[in-house]
Design a protein around this ligand. Structure first.
Ligand SMILES: C=C(O[C@@H]1C=C(C(=O)O)C=C[C@H]1O)C(=O)O
Length: 393
């Protein structure tokens, strides 16, 4: 093939890709209009039957074009997830008139390039208003910014699939009057990031956040003769490596973040667990109302009385009201040795009957009890198409 032919083919691909984008944007407009009709007619956002029918039709159509059913399914799962999240954001916005701001001042850990920065960008990209980023050095500083009205929202990492709960954030929640108003999960893809002309074998010092070192411990053990230096955040590690401009240093962080500082990835997938995701919560001074058409989660915190079976009793309240618990975490109570504060996430909306019943009962059975917030669930489970494997054969 001549270079001219290659050039022509690439031009055709470029044109098709632009067309694909324009079609995706049109689809997004239609699905947003669907959300408007759902608001007017009180219809739930999610419709698994519609999704299944749509996927089956597309898989069949794709096969006529010679496209693999799994490939088609994967692409449309991403498209549908995006459309559901956009619709949920729209419904949540309408349910809280006057709450959307022309400027969202958002406090997060680190600077441009940190995972919290990427999560902040992602969450607010679906919401109206401009974004003002307020990078902070600690979780307590982040919380304080919102409490003192220097920021409107805080984005805080709360748990990670490989290193578990982020205790410091739970401890901050114990003392704040802020409410949880949202959540999101973001893939954490650790890469070794370096400046120009750096080779893996020449690296002597690695900069990263301590959580990141914990998540990449297997890789670091194999790496051997390299000094690890903890930083306040992933972005601080990137800034340090950029400033040092030495061929013997590297940072660990996301490729997208590193690119903001002119760093490139020389090794990817460094985390112990390949499926590495962080869950973030979004907090604000005022609680939000979640429309009943959107799946909701509620975050609770409580301490039980000191008697045998007190925690079981509290959990039975959830069971008896048919409420599913998605997370249970315990943290020591500062100043009260050997006493624990329990953080519980449940599926459900505080406006729902069974949930209100459960909250009332919990209030009565516990020593301390507080609703930290009710927020739209952003866990969008992909609709399974039973026929996909059969169709693939
Ligand atoms: C767009 C809709 O909302 C959701 C998103 C869908 C999509 O992106 O195709 C399909 C069904 C719903 O779960 C709809 O109900 O039609």
């Amino acid at each position: 093939m001549s270079t001219q032919e290659l050039q022509q083919l690439r031009e055709k691909i470029t044109a098709l890709d632009s067309e694909l984008l324009s079609l995706l944007a049109q689809r997004q407009q239609f699905t947003n209009s669907v959300a408007e009709t759902k608001i007017r007619n009180h219809i739930p956002v999610r419709d698994h039957t519609r999704e299944e029918q749509l996927l089956i039709r597309l898989i069949k159509k794709g096969q006529e074009y010679g496209l693999d059913p799994h490939y088609v399914t994967q692409i449309f799962h991403v498209i549908i997830e995006d459309s559901v999240l956009n619709q949920q954001a729209l419904l949540a916005d309408r349910a809280n008139p006057g709450s959307s701001l022309p400027l969202n001042r958002v406090a997060f850990l680190g600077d441009r390039g940190s995972y919290s920065y990427l999560a902040t960008q992602k969450y607010f990209s679906r919401r109206p208003g401009e974004l003002m980023e307020i990078g902070c050095k600690s979780f307590s500083e982040i919380i304080k910014k919102v409490e003192t009205n220097e920021a409107d929202y805080a984005v805080l990492p709360i748990e990670n699939t490989s290193s578990g709960s982020i205790n410091e954030v739970y401890d901050q929640l114990q003392h704040t009057s802020l409410s949880v108003i949202g959540e999101l999960t973001h893939p954490i893809k650790h890469a070794m990031l370096v400046g120009a002309d750096t080779e893996l074998s020449h690296i002597r010092t690695l900069y990263a956040h301590p959580q990141v070192f914990a998540q990449c411990s297997h890789f670091l053990a194999e790496l051997g003769n390299v000094e690890v230096k903890p930083c306040d955040s992933t972005s601080a590690a990137m800034i340090t490596v950029n400033e040092l401009a030495s061929k013997s240093v590297a940072a660990i962080g996301s490729e997208a973040g590193g690119a903001l500082y002119g760093l490139t990835a020389i090794k990817s997938n460094l985390a112990n667990q390949k499926e590495n995701h962080s869950r973030f919560i979004v907090v604000a001074r005022n609680a939000v109302k979640v429309p009943l058409q959107v799946p909701a989660k509620t975050a609770l915190v409580m301490s039980t009385v000191q008697k045998p079976g007190a925690l079981v009793e509290a959990l039975l309240v959830l069971k008896n009201n048919n409420i599913n618990m998605t997370k249970l975490e315990s943290r020591p109570i500062t100043g009260n040795p050997w006493e624990e504060m329990f953080y519980i996430d449940v599926e459900g909306n505080v406006q729902d009957g069974p949930m209100q019943q459960a909250l009332e009962e919990l209030q009565a059975t516990t020593r301390y009890f507080k609703v930290l917030g009710c927020y739209p669930s952003e866990e969008i489970s992909p609709t399974k198409v039973a026929a996909v494997n059969a169709l693939a054969d």
